[in-house]
Ligand binder design. Structure first.
Ligand code: GLC
Length: 597
């Protein structure tokens, strides 16, 4: 270990020397014209799923006081911004993504006073707080919907989208979490169907109604006036709808939207007008940081959201990366022989190039809608969990995009891989199971796939120590704890200099120390067809590093490209071994960042 620290420090000294020559500065300036420097491009965002972070009162559910008690841990990671999943009042059909009161705190999580303490505690430590804006839909228990569904004459009726039953059945729309897969549910009192792109408990708000936009913008101001620093915007590309609800046949969907309902939903007629309005009325007055969940957004449409000249949002995260490696047409079912690295590289390379001259990207491999990154993209076997987790951390923190890092990934937490449907809590898994069952489909095949892809894999309690329930709660946790907490936990990893946790901190520090290179420097893919090694350079002119990542469990020799000369000591390395030469031998899942001479 001493060797690792020493070699890293020596590497940094070598590297700094290279950074000091004037030819280098010239290059940095030229390229930075493309990417204007902004604080939100330089941060590392740490995402916390409050339900599973830390329970303070023994009810088995994480809460705000729990987060408050761990602020020093969060600070110790070196991250700059925390994104909290929804903390607002909610019946929790979709764990807070169904909000019944946008200006109140969910009872399970605590009180407004707890929130104020939390925000203050973060700001005191120099950490910014980003909240989740869930405004495409509300809960069906929101007072607006409770009123709306009473009668067509109710003033809130037009806060939602309806299809009057006298016109017959509404044209099909997909409801992602609906047992029958439909986005329309009949409401007898109004003799009409209401629209819900997710479950029947999440009716879509009618943004075409100016009153609704006003309510949402006022609510955003309420939170900004409390002092929050920005919003992550849940499925924000879906907010505008063609309210004539034209028939979308499978053929149209295929031809115009690549067969993907999300792409259709993300192309509403007034979407960008509403985002500009939101920017003018709210964002521009309060914050520089907004990030869209870019569901349905493509390489072609991305810059419409984040090109600075359009005055809409700052960042978005796309789904191309995390959707890769699933069998087409089969719900989140991994390819039987795993994903192919060249395709993976292509996706991240294309998304880098979209933002080469305008806009700015994000990068993530895990979040509350994804399984654990080490299981899905690395290797969670006892032998390779650690190196592959560190390798993925190296990838995330060495790309030209703002990293959104999911809590627990810094420990190398893995999928829990439930055997039984009864262990799951997520509406997506439970309703899809029911849908397949009703159709007489193959339930075992579905359960096998969910072991790799289910969202609940990323939602199990954070592993603080090897005390009962991983130190998460003194009660019964709302979802089972991964039994590997006995060894994978903060307390043990903090003591082990070589742990995933300490590696993450080092990598965060490295990204910050070499901002010009690791944040803003040009990204250049090398050896695109190599099936095991992902290699690229970052930087400009003489001010460059080489990143070599072995995405396989094999020892692999990788030939340095002709004319390229690496420095003797890496800046970071998840193994002790590194012998520069014409061919570099890479250990299983080894990750190295090394300066170029
Ligand atoms: C987003 C959220 C997800 C939620 C869905 C519906 O995709 O990230 O967790 O279930 O929207 O709100």
């Amino acid at each position: 270990m001493k060797y690792l620290i020493l070699s890293t420090m020596v590497g940094m000294v070598f590297f700094l020397t290279a950074c000091n020559n004037s030819a280098t500065e010239q290059h940095v300036k030229t390229d930075s014209m493309a990417s204007k420097k902004d604080w939100w491009k330089e941060v590392v965002v740490y995402q916390i799923y409050p339900r599973s972070f830390k329970d303070s009162n023994g009810d088995g559910v994480g809460d705000l006081k729990g987060i408050i008690s761990k602020l020093d841990y969060i600070k110790s990671l070196g991250i700059d911004v925390v994104w909290l999943n929804p903390i607002f009042e909610s019946p929790n059909k979709d764990n807070g993504y169904d909000i019944s009161n946008y200006e109140a705190i969910m009872k399970d999580f605590g009180t407004m006073a707890d929130f104020d303490t939390l925000l203050h505690g973060m700001h005191e430590r120099g950490i910014k707080l980003v909240l989740d804006l869930v405004a495409n839909h509300s809960s069906n228990q929101n007072k607006w919907f409770i009123e709306a569904r009473k009668s067509r004459k109710n003033p809130y009726y037009n806060y939602y989208h309806w299809w009057p039953a006298e016109k017959g059945k509404p044209p099909f729309r997909q409801g992602f979490f609906d047992i029958n897969g439909s986005a329309w549910t009949f409401n007898p009192a109004t003799n009409s169907y209401y629209l819900h792109y997710f479950s029947q408990y999440q009716p879509d708000l009618n943004w075409e109604n100016p009153k609704v936009r006003e309510e949402i913008f006022d609510m955003m101001k309420f939170w900004f006036n409390k002092g929050i620093d920005g919003f992550r915007m849940d499925v924000i590309p879906f907010i505008s709808k063609d309210t004539s609800f034209p028939v979308i046949t499978p053929e149209i969907l295929k031809e115009k939207y690549n067969g993907d309902w999300a792409q259709y939903y993300a192309s509403g007629p007034n979407l960008h007008e509403y985002l500009r309005e939101m920017n003018a009325q709210v964002l521009s007055k309060y914050t520089d940081m907004s990030v869209a969940e870019g569901a349905g957004v493509t390489l072609e449409t991305a810059n419409k959201f984040v090109d600075a000249n359009r005055h809409e949002l700052n960042m978005l995260y796309n789904f191309d990366g995390v959707s890769y490696g699933y069998v087409p047409g089969k719900f989140k079912t991994p390819e039987p022989d795993g994903y192919k690295l060249p395709g993976f590289k292509q996706i991240y390379t294309r998304w880098d190039s979209v933002f080469a001259t305008k806009g700015w990207g994000t990068i993530y491999l895990g979040n509350h809608d994804q399984p654990r990154m080490v299981t899905r993209w690395g290797n969670d076997s006892p032998e390779f969990r650690e190196p592959s987790s560190k390798m993925l951390t190296t990838f995330l923190l060495s790309m030209r995009a703002t990293p959104y890092y999911y809590f627990g990934d810094e420990l190398g937490m893995c999928n829990i891989k439930f055997d039984k449907i009864d262990d799951y809590r997520d509406i997506e898994t439970l309703n899809m199971y029911q849908q397949i069952k009703n159709k007489g489909g193959n339930l075992q095949e579905f359960l096998n796939a969910q072991k790799i892809s289910a969202r609940d894999n990323g939602r199990t309690p954070f592993q603080w120590s090897n005390a009962p329930n991983a130190g998460f709660t003194t009660g019964t946790p709302w979802i089972k704890v991964n039994p590997n907490y006995a060894t994978v936990n903060v307390e043990d990893e903090a003591k082990e200099p070589n742990s995933c946790l300490n590696y993450f901190k080092k990598m965060v520090l490295l990204r910050k120390t070499y901002k010009d290179v690791l944040v803003y420097g040009k990204y250049q893919l090398l050896d695109p067809d190599n099936p095991k090694i992902y290699a690229y350079t970052r930087g400009n002119g003489a001010n460059k590093v080489l990143v070599i990542l072995n995405f396989s469990k094999d020892h692999v020799g990788w030939d340095i490209p002709e004319g390229m000369q690496v420095k003797p000591t890496p800046l970071i390395n998840n193994y002790n071994s590194f012998l520069p030469g014409k061919t570099i031998s890479m250990e299983p899942y080894q990750a190295v960042i090394v300066g170029l001479q």
